[in-house]
Write a protein that binds this ligand. Structure first.
Ligand SMILES: C=CC1=C(C)c2cc3[nH]c(cc4nc(cc5[nH]c(cc1n2)c(C)c5CCC(=O)O)C(CCC(=O)O)=C4C)c(C)c3C=C
Ligand code: FE2
Length: 423
């Protein structure tokens, strides 16, 4: 990383005139390219960052920074980046509340520096030449965290084990965990750098339980910002709740908690499921069958009830032959809030590919991350329905599962989770 060059938004006035001009140009170019291509950070927006060493600005990809500080942690509302690492740790015996607090303080300091494009303490220089590249680092707590830190009386009521589903094929070694870190960045080295730094900071306090590596399309790969595609080739993420929806904050972020769980206000719950795609079976389906399994066209994501990608789905539309335009077991029918008493979540996924099994089948699929203020009225309710009735079930396998309480964001000088660990 270029040392000590990126500034948090509050310190923008310290930028040199040249940096400021470049920053404005980057922001102007980004807004001209369309809002969908911009990150929206926890504190109210990404800022273009012109890291300078020899007078040349970084590209817009490298120079874009997502503020670490804010009401909510970054990495929830921002578009998923090109590279993602999901990592779970278990607290070491004896680490306790004091050790956990010190770790969160170290992690927050390192994350704050790296997301602003600065080198963290004891840097390993993996990302030395790069700007922040939309790096986000998001921290969450699993049920075991509260037990090992003696904070059982502060467990929020919705942080309960996810019930089993009939189609589950879960690997316990790849599930759960005391602490969770989600890292996302638009540059692979920047994301790996963050992973290594945080892993080193954990030494002696927490051990790695599982790690999953994911990816998405890189910014600039399409002629205009588009909804991501998954490894089945579908446009995936269209009907997510939008920050402009009037109930968006209530659906995604925890609020109104009093007493023991008030530390979680401004936070959220993350459900993490590694879902393998049975791609060989999927590829045998005709395009027509594939589209009817989801209920949308593959080419442009338009619902089979008509229109374009963003046209509202008409679940009641009947074809001329009397059949439902969106089949009865189509994924979007079964998953829709209208079919689940209004239950909704914000899906922010990465694809993964971990090589091939011995029989040649690809070990690939979706690192599904769903954000909601109440997992029982979000992921769990919808998955209970999908488990019974989704036409997509035959082509996917849930292999890992975890639920984390994700605290709200922190202010400068604070660390993530401080309200829990120090009150
Ligand atoms: C429990 C929740 C969900 C799981 C698990 C899930 C897995 C999964 N989904 C796709 C592909 C698509 N999903 C789409 C829409 C969609 N999916 C869910 C929930 C889960 N998906 C919801 C709530 C919705 C929105 C439904 C609606 O209101 O219309 C789509 C269509 C495009 C979109 O709206 O995002 C695709 C494609 C895969 C491949 C998958 C597991 C691997
Ligand atoms: Fe889905």
């Amino acid at each position: 990383m270029k040392k000590a060059t990126a500034k948090p938004a509050a310190e923008q006035s310290e930028l040199t005139e040249r940096q400021e001009i470049t920053r404005r140009r980057l922001l102007g170019a980004a807004s001209a390219a369309g809002a969908a291509g911009l990150v929206v950070g926890g504190a109210g927006g990404a800022y273009g960052y012109a890291a300078m060493s020899d007078g040349a600005p970084l590209t817009s990809v490298g120079s874009t920074a997502v503020p670490f500080h804010g009401d909510h942690q970054a990495g929830i509302v921002d578009p998923a980046q090109a590279t993602g690492h999901l990592v779970a740790f278990d607290l070491a015996p004896g680490a306790g509340r004091k050790g956990a607090a010190a770790l969160l303080r170290r992690w927050s300091a390192a994350a704050e520096a790296m997301t602003a494009g600065r080198a963290p303490n004891g840097d390993n220089q993996i990302a030395l030449d790069a700007g922040p590249s939309s790096l986000t680092v998001t921290f969450g707590f699993g049920l075991g965290f509260f037990d090992k830190t003696g904070l059982n009386d502060r467990v929020p009521e919705n942080l309960a084990p996810i019930p089993p589903f009939s189609s589950d094929a879960l690997d316990p070694k790849l599930s759960d965990g005391d602490l969770w870190v989600q890292i996302g960045g638009d540059d692979g080295l920047v994301a790996f750098h963050a992973l290594r730094v945080l892993q080193k900071e954990a030494a002696g306090t927490a051990t790695l339980r599982w790690q999953m590596n994911g990816f998405n399309r890189a910014p600039g790969a399409t002629e205009r910002p588009r909804t991501p595609r998954n490894l089945m080739g579908q446009i995936d993420g269209t009907n997510n709740p939008k920050p402009t929806d009037k109930d968006f904050a209530a659906r995604i972020f925890v609020s109104g908690q009093t007493g023991a769980a008030s530390w979680l206000n401004g936070g959220s719950y993350a459900v993490v499921r590694r879902i393998r795609m049975l791609l060989d079976s999927w590829d045998h389906l005709s395009l027509d069958r594939q589209e009817r399994v989801i209920g949308r066209r593959k080419s442009d994501g338009a619902p089979l009830s008509g229109g374009t990608e963003t046209t509202p789905v008409d679940l009641n539309k009947i074809n001329p032959d009397g059949s439902l335009a969106i089949p009865g077991d189509a994924h979007i029918r079964v998953a829709a809030p209208a079919s689940n008493g209004g239950a909704a979540m914000l899906r922010r996924a990465f694809s993964y590919h971990d090589g091939y099994d011995q029989d040649g089948t690809p070990n690939a699929g979706l690192l599904f991350v769903a954000w909601q203020s109440d997992p029982f009225n979000g992921f769990i309710k919808v998955q209970q329905k999908l488990d019974r009735a989704d036409g997509l079930s035959r082509f996917i396998r849930h292999e890992s599962s975890a639920l984390f309480a994700v605290p709200g964001g922190c202010a400068p000088g604070e660390y993530v989770g401080q309200r829990l660990l120090e009150s």
